[in-house]
Design a protein around this ligand. Structure first.
Ligand code: HEM
Length: 150
C-alpha cells in the first residue's frame, strides 16, 4: 500500500521524468531480457527506432496517468490491463516475455528497467525515499497490468 508520504514523493520525482525515459527503458528491457523482444515482432527494435521511441512515450504517458490516479490504479489502468492480457497471452510452453517465468513477471522486468533509467538520469535526485516509493508504485502498476491473468 502506498502511504501518503510515498504518494507525495512519487508525485514530486515524477515531475523530473521525461518522455524519452520510456524508450530507454524499453531498449534496456530488450537488451537485458532478449526474450521480451518476441512480443514485438512487428517493431523495428534497432537503437533509436521511431517505433520504440513512440512506444516509450506511450508507456510514460500511461505511467503519468497512473501517477495522477494513485488512489485508483485499477480503474485508471483497466483498459491497459485488458489490452496486455490480450497482447501478452502466451502459450505456457513458450513463456518468452517473462523469461520462462509466469507472464505477469514480465511487467516487473520493465518496471525494474524503468527504475534503472530513472536512477541513471536523476542521480542524486533519485533518493532512497524516491527509490522505495517508485518501486512500490511500479510494483502496483505491474500487479494491475497482470490482474487479468489470475
Ligand atoms: C502496448 C504500457 C509492459 C508489451 C502498450 C501501450 C502502453 C503500454 C501504454 C499502448 C497501448 C495502446 O496503444 O493503446 C505498458 C506499461 C508496462 C508495460 C505501463 C509496464 C509497466 C509491457 C511488457 C510487455 C509489453 C512487459 C512485453 C514484454 C506490449 C505490446 C504492446 C503494448 C506487445 C502493443 C504494441 C503495439 O503493437 O503497438 N503497453 N506496457 N508491455 N505493450 Fe505494454
Amino acid at each position: 500500500m502506498l502511504t501518503a508520504e510515498n504518494k507525495k514523493v512519487i508525485q514530486q520525482v515524477w515531475e523530473k521524468v521525461k518522455e524519452d525515459f520510456g524508450a530507454e527503458a524499453l531498449e534496456r528491457l530488450f537488451c537485458t531480457y532478449p526474450q521480451t523482444k518476441t512480443y514485438f515482432p512487428h517493431f523495428d527494435l534497432k537503437h533509436g527506432s521511431d517505433q520504440v521511441r513512440n512506444h516509450g512515450k506511450k508507456v510514460v504517458n500511461a505511467l503519468s496517468t497512473a501517477v495522477k490516479n494513485l488512489d485508483n490504479l485499477s480503474q485508471a489502468l483497466a483498459e491497459l490491463s485488458n489490452l496486455h492480457a490480450y497482447n501478452l497471452r502466451v502459450d505456457p510452453e513458450h513463456r518468452g516475455c517473462s523469461g520462462g517465468a509466469e507472464p505477469r513477471f514480465a511487467f516487473q522486468l520493465l518496471a525494474q528497467c524503468f527504475q534503472v533509467v530513472m536512477a541513471v538520469h536523476l542521480g542524486k535526485d533519485y533518493t532512497p525515499e524516491a527509490h522505495a516509493a517508485i518501486d512500490k508504485f511500479l510494483t502496483a502498476v505491474a500487479a494491475v497490468l497482470a490482474e487479468k491473468y489470475r
